[in-house]
Design a protein around this ligand. Structure first.
Ligand SMILES: [Zn+2]
Length: 333
């Protein structure tokens, strides 16, 4: 606006050389408002067009195609891994470092435009937390993409599990403002690893417990992305407890996207466990055991970025096709 005097005009009736008339002031304000509206409109229009629940979104049961998603960025995902595993480092549950990890994740998700809720719980004589992100206007019980933030003592947890959190954060970025945001929610779980009280999967168990009977009935499914950037090939499966429909669908979508993935019934060893035990269809994405597991050498340097990228592309292929029909199919199990 500097250097543009067009909005300051002289009222010839009053001969006033400096103060604009009320009518001209009003016109100036109207022009200014119009300019501001048109500036903001460029960014606002796509948001409105993709906002869940608005007229342009596919109606319930309609065959409206989900939005295309941007590409998964390996660089952005690796930045998250470095922030968690290198800058913050060891993130033992219910410690200040786990809390710092949670704060990092929450800030990123808020920056993307999600509503973020911190779910706190007591464990090992301290407080741990889940970071839960929901798109404004999304369905009450959407599909969950989850990954645990904590690591074991002395391990910076690059592969276990900054890698899974990085995939989750990058998928959240791809989905923001898109039609799929109505059907998916993102959770970074605390306290997945064993602690001094001998329990594991504490954060995901707290989440499932607090859902209540109605939430557990309506939650369509979840995937736990856990240790996905070391070893080959990528494993997709369940703990062998709950319905397999999510893991099977994920396998199909990933293979259609030419991802090298095998199906396996694994162990009750990740955050899918509590969901499966509650009868909710859940999947586990994992790239298998590796030499740096739970050791100080689980560092960024020992992680394979292209394996992380492979998993990211696979989760993207699944989330891209999420719609009301798929949610309904998962709920029938
Ligand atoms: Zn672990």
């Amino acid at each position: 606006m500097a250097g543009d005097n067009s909005s300051i005009t002289i009222d010839p009736m009053k001969g006033d050389k400096s103060v604009p008339s009320p009518r001209l002031r009003l016109m100036s304000i109207a022009i200014l408002v119009a300019i501001l509206a048109s500036c903001g409109g460029e960014t606002r229009i796509p948001v409105a067009a993709h906002a869940p629940g608005v007229a342009t979104a596919p109606a319930a049961g309609s065959p409206g195609a989900p939005d295309p998603l941007p590409s998964f960025s390996q660089d952005r995902a690796m930045n998250h891994v470095r922030a968690l595993a290198r800058r913050i480092g060891v993130r033992v549950r219910a410690t200040g470092r786990e809390r710092r990890g949670a704060r990092y994740v929450a800030n990123k998700l808020r920056g993307f435009g999600y509503n973020v809720y911190i779910q706190r719980f007591d464990v090992d004589g301290g407080t741990s937390r889940n970071v839960i992100a929901r798109w404004p206007g999304s369905m009450r019980y959407p599909f969950i993409v989850g990954a645990h933030m904590d690591s074991v003592r002395r391990s910076p947890g690059a592969n276990d599990n900054a890698s899974g959190v990085a995939v989750m954060l990058e998928i959240a970025r791809l989905v923001k403002n898109r039609s799929q945001a109505e059907f998916v929610k993102f959770i970074a779980f605390g306290s997945e690893e064993y602690g001094t009280d001998g329990r594991h999967h504490v954060g995901s168990q707290v989440f499932v417990n607090r859902l209540g009977p109605r939430g557990r009935r309506l939650l369509p499914g979840m995937v736990s992305v856990d240790m996905i950037a070391d070893g080959r090939p990528l494993i997709d499966g369940t703990a062998g407890i709950g319905p397999r429909v999510v893991a099977r669908t994920m396998l199909r979508k990933m293979r259609a996207a030419h991802i090298n993935v095998v199906y396996r019934t694994t162990c009750d060893c990740s955050d899918n466990g509590p969901f499966e035990r509650a009868g909710i269809p859940a999947a586990f994405l994992w790239s298998g055991t590796e030499p740096n597991y739970h050791s100080p050498s689980d560092t960024v340097r020992n992680l394979r970025p292209d394996d992380l990228f492979r998993t990211g592309r696979g989760v993207r292929a699944f989330v891209r096709d999420l719609d009301r029909a798929m949610i309904a199919r998962f709920r029938r199990h």
